[in-house]
Design a protein around this ligand. Structure first.
Ligand SMILES: C[C@H](O)[C@H](O)[C@H]1CNC2=NC(N)=NC(=O)C2=N1
Length: 91
């Protein structure tokens, strides 16, 4: 099991656009149209399967909210931060 990150480590490692809310890190990605957001969510899902670390996603109109936490560890670990960086790289 990965180690939980400290509050300071989380703040230091949060990738661009991401924020910490409790035991999760999240970012809302904006799009020009609804189906662009749907396609992005699919790409994130494929990435999650590759890395075997899965987000909670909410697809809205022209936006997708992506949330990561490490369920097994019960908080935020390197896996969450790494996935947030990889998710940013999809844009
Ligand atoms: C059995 C457990 O669900 C798996 O090891 C993986 C799957 N994807 C996962 N995703 C996330 N976000 N946290 C996990 O702890 C996790 N565990």
């Amino acid at each position: 099991m990965a180690d939980l990150l400290s509050d300071d480590e989380i703040q230091a490692r949060l990738p661009d656009g991401w924020e910490r809310v409790g035991d999760e890190i999240l970012r809302v990605f904006e799009f020009d149209d609804y189906l662009e957001g749907v396609a992005f969510a699919t790409e994130v899902g494929e990435l999650a399967e590759e890395e075997f670390h899965h987000p909670t996603m909410k697809i809205g109109y022209e936006e997708v909210e992506v949330r990561f936490t490490s369920h097994e560890e019960g908080g935020i670990t390197d896996a969450d931060v790494d996935m947030a960086e990889l998710t940013n790289d999809l844009r």
